[in-house]
Design a protein around this ligand. Structure first.
Ligand code: SAH
Length: 410
């Protein structure tokens, strides 16, 4: 096989023809529409996906079998009829007319190939690997993932139209638990404004010229006040910088993310929110505690125990009445108070309680007890923030899991 000639085509507004009505034809049609081509689909019948696509105004469907002459005026043909003879006919007609034709049935007789492709922002990855499309796809996937995560750093060229803010949820602490999108934005940032509970390990991967600003919100220490943080985000974005506001967990779960988004919107600064894995669900999960479990808990409620901030106590009587699992964040300092309140409101003293400190980090630790015993046990174990407190029968599932795991190991 002589070396092939790779090419990137601008097919926008150009006529292309797809012969065939099945899933492969549908995929090819979608690809052409992504590139804004005009597509003539020729097939007596359409699969579901293609039936949806032909409602696009750029698509025309000829509901019949292919006939010589159908390629008139086309720049490119794709044939995927599943019928060797028809595909061969389309290919022969294309060749006679001087049109490139991609044959889905038989790559070795094809004049053109569609490479395995992925798009990450403005980068198109296209891989062709000998005659093995699977290998091409695998290579393409690996490159795309590395681009997505920022592992393959391709800093975008500075755009002229100013900066923006991304409110990125970093997950509970393990650097592997940030989303691919979050990681990519981080790799692209000029400035990172970071919380104490954000996944700090990710900062080590930043380029040396990226400025890192500690917002440093802890239970007691605030390096910057919230309004200083708000001002900083807006100021930097207006100065044209790409700002990442890296937060722990999810930005909208007790993270004051919405306040920051609103301030950006008011200032006319583009602001993107990238959700994160919230500690409210992930930290119990890492400790083997499911927040819901069939037959045990059908719902869970996430509560901030840090009521000093907004001045309002949780409504204990309605909380105690809620079925299912209670998950408290920011609760270590008020453990005794919250346990008393739940007991006063009639939660049984034998209700299981777990406290998971530094969840998903190497020194994660779980302390368990009941509403009756947990305060003494937590004091004895010197439980510290950050921790998630889980109240409910689901806590016992962790013990069950541990027992089974132990058995399968032993
Ligand atoms: N937006 C965050 C929550 C911010 S409030 C989220 O979605 O996870 C901060 C509280 O989250 C802490 O007081 C603690 O209760 C909890 N938390 C965050 N990270 C934690 C971790 N790694 N382990 C245990 N608790 C954590």
């Amino acid at each position: 096989m002589s070396p092939r000639y790779p090419l990137v085509l601008d097919v926008s507004g150009l006529r292309t023809v797809v012969v065939g009505g099945g899933p492969v034809a549908a995929r090819r049609t979608r690809g052409l529409l992504d590139a804004d081509a005009t597509v003539l689909v020729i097939a007596p019948e359409l699969c579901e996906d293609l039936a949806v696509l032909v409602s696009d105004p750029r698509v025309t469907w000829l509901a019949r079998a292919y006939a010589t002459g159908d390629l008139a005026g086309a720049w490119l043909a794709q044939t995927a009829t599943g019928d060797l003879e028809t595909d061969a006919q389309v290919a022969a007609d294309a060749e006679a007319a001087g049109i490139w034709c991609v044959r889905a049935d038989d790559a070795s007789h094809s004049a053109a190939w569609t490479p395995a492709t992925a798009r990450v922002d403005d980068v198109t990855v296209a891989v062709s690997a000998g005659r093995d499309p699977r290998r091409a796809r695998a290579i393409k996937d690996r490159i795309a993932v590395q681009l997505e995560t920022g592992e393959l750093p391709v800093r975008r060229r500075r755009r002229d139209h100013g900066g923006h803010v991304a409110l990125v949820g970093g997950g509970p602490g393990d650097p592997g638990l940030i989303t691919a999108r979050g990681r990519r934005l981080l790799a692209d940032a000029d400035v990172v404004v970071v919380d104490r509970l954000a996944p700090r390990a990710l900062l080590a991967e930043l380029d040396a010229d990226v400025e890192v600003i500690e917002a440093g919100k802890g239970p007691r220490a605030h390096t910057l006040t919230q309004s200083e943080i708000n001002d900083l985000l807006v100021e930097r974005a207006l100065a044209g910088q790409r700002v990442v506001r890296l937060k722990g967990g999810d930005p909208f779960v007790f993270g004051r993310g919405a306040e920051e988004a609103l301030v950006c919107a008011e200032a006319g600064v583009p602001c993107e929110v990238v959700p994160g894995v919230t500690s409210a669900v992930a930290v119990p999960g890492y400790a083997g505690i499911p927040v819901t479990h069939r037959g045990v808990a059908r719902q869970f409620t996430v509560i901030s125990a840090h009521h000093a901030r907004d001045g309002a106590e949780p409504d204990w009587s309605s909380l105690a009445a809620i079925e299912g699992t209670l998950v408290f964040l920011m609760g270590v300092g008020q453990l005794a108070g919250l346990v008393d309140s739940l007991l006063e409101q009639g939660r049984p003293p034998a209700t299981p309680v777990a406290i998971v400190e530094r969840g998903t980090l190497p020194d994660q630790r779980t302390t368990t007890g009941t509403l009756e015993t947990i305060v003494a046990i937590a004091t004895a174990h010197e439980v510290r923030s950050p921790a998630v407190i889980i109240v409910g029968e689901v806590v016992t599932v962790a013990a069950e899991l541990a027992k089974l795991r132990g058995r399968s190991l032993g």
